[in-house]
Design a protein around this ligand. Sequence first.
Ligand SMILES: [Zn+2]
Length: 86
Amino acid sequence: MFKLETTELDRAIQNAKALHPKVRMIRFGEYQVSGSKGNNYIVKCYRFFGEKVVECTCRTKDGVACKHSVSALPLHLHVAATRLVA
Ligand SMILES: [Zn+2]
C-alpha cells in the first residue's frame, strides 16, 4: 500500500510503460492488471484515514509504487472524475 500524494511515481511509471499491461475494471476502485509472466494482480484504490492509497497484490513493499498500481491509476482517476459529474 502506498499514498498517492507522497510517493515517487516516476520509476513505477517507467516500468509500467515497459510492461504495457492490460487493465480491466472489476468494480470502481478495483482493477485487474496483467503481470509480466501472464499472471494477474488486483489493484485497489481507496481512501484510508482520509489519504488516497493504492494497494496491489504483488510483493512490492509498502510505501513503494509498483508498475501494476500506476497502470491502473489512469483508469481509476478517469472513472472517479466521471463519477463526480454523473
Ligand atoms: Zn503490483
